[in-house]
Design a protein around this ligand. Sequence first.
Ligand code: SER
Length: 580
Amino acid sequence: MNLKDMFISFFVSKGHKQIPSAPVVPENDPSVLFNTAGMQPLIPYLMGQAHPYGKRVCDYQKCIRTTDLEEVGDVTHHTYFEMLGNWSLGDYFKKESIEWSFEFLTQCLHIPLERLAVTVFAGNDQIAFDEESYQKWVSLGLKEERIARTREDNFWIAGATGPCGPDTEIFYFRSDDPIPEVFDPEDDRWVEIWNNVFMQYYKDENGKITSLPMKNVDTGMGVERVTSILEGVNDNYLSSIWKDVIDCIVDISETPYAENKKSMRIIADHIRTAIFIAGDPSGILPSNTDQGYILRRLIRRAIRHAKNLNIDINSDWEQEIAHLILKKYQPYYKELVQNESTILEVLKNEKNKFNRTLEKGLREFEKVTRDQKEIDATVAFHLYDTYGFPIELTLELATERGLTVDQDGFQEKFKQHQELSRTASVGKFKGGLAGNSEVETKYHTATHLLNAALKIVVGENVHQRGSNITSERMRFDFNCDHKLTDEEKEKVENLVNEWIGAGLDITVEEMSKEDAINSGAECMFIEKYPDIVTVYSIGDVSKELCGGPHVKNTSELGCFVIKKEEASSAGIRRIKAILK
Ligand code: SER
């Protein structure tokens, strides 16, 4: 059994329900591009909302961190990783959490006690020393010299505000040196393997700490790191997670690993991350903004390093590597099964696109940078605009040659260019939800009412096929085999306005996708939704799977007016409407 399976079955045996990994792109949080920690999708539940799976849950969560993207190539950095976690949502607390961590490490993973050490929260002027955790560790047999009390490192919060609390971190001595009696958290032979956070506080924008409605436990353990520790390798890429992928790259490139480890690690890491982004239910494609840009950068950087290894980049090398990675992860993530062909296509298309310009771009790079010390903004932008070189690639090439790049100048040009070619950013968020302004929120609720009205007036089998909202109007596409008559349009308008006038409350519930479908909730593309979904109901006239946001009561909407009804494509009609 591998680490993921062992972890899940252990916590299931302790009364936890396994919850599915949330998508890598956070839902309803446009402020971050990706989930970076296991607890992120659980924030609402740590804050007090009831979790549909109960009070004890565990999972392995897909995480993507791109801040260290340039570091990938060494023995430990990855852009994608999996975080194991168990949570108590107002159920058990420090005692069980520490006991179970200890039991899992020593009984299931058979880590000898003498290789373990922990830190506990030393206390500050607001929160006391964590005596309970300290005593618990002592009672489990940890020597006092192996329990360090620290302050900053033992208070965990994701970002600046949110649920938080003191934690206790567990360390493993990863070295063949004699194990020191006294644990020094600054000694990097001790590596952190697990973090148990006791989330009982909330920190607001002013730094004020208040108590949460309940005491929670949030733990996190990195799969990549712990797997290599258990397997006794110092290079993560030599653990069972990566070894076959590296071997595959060695075969394709006919180059020994030792000859260019860096390029091989970059290819392995970036292709894996690209697979998880392209295979995510959020439907990200390579582009020049946001998550799509990260996807593009990862694939292009992998291609550049494949070229370094003299791989024939027009061959199917990336497909071969992707197949191997997919096979490994498909048993754990069904979206990778469902989206396999999309993933392979994304990789291939992006490769073909970049291959057309990469060679020329590299030649251009050599030519324009000959005898130069700095790459000026015009050149950097030219490489981006004409040859598709992400600025980071230009930077990487420049660094390899000891050149600098005028990055500020580049950003300036980039901004000007964006302003020129700005297309409305609508459509960025799926489901037609363009932004969260007050008006857009109103239009979003009106969309649900329109959908419900069409079902009554035109037919049960009418479904939403697309939607687009701006602050000026809403646009709604639906399947229908005829042009709506004036009478139909009037009926639809009247119904929507009737519901607005009735002041119906909008309620939101979370449930499993299965329950949602069984309850008859409407949804557009079922496969695009995660396993836990939010369902918005408007009185008893509408029930839809949706990410929100919505108004609280239909009386906030004003007057609904259909401005236009027209054909959109074969069998699809389009309504443009406004709220006055
Ligand atoms: N939130 C904590 C972490 O990410 C424990 O899961 O380390």
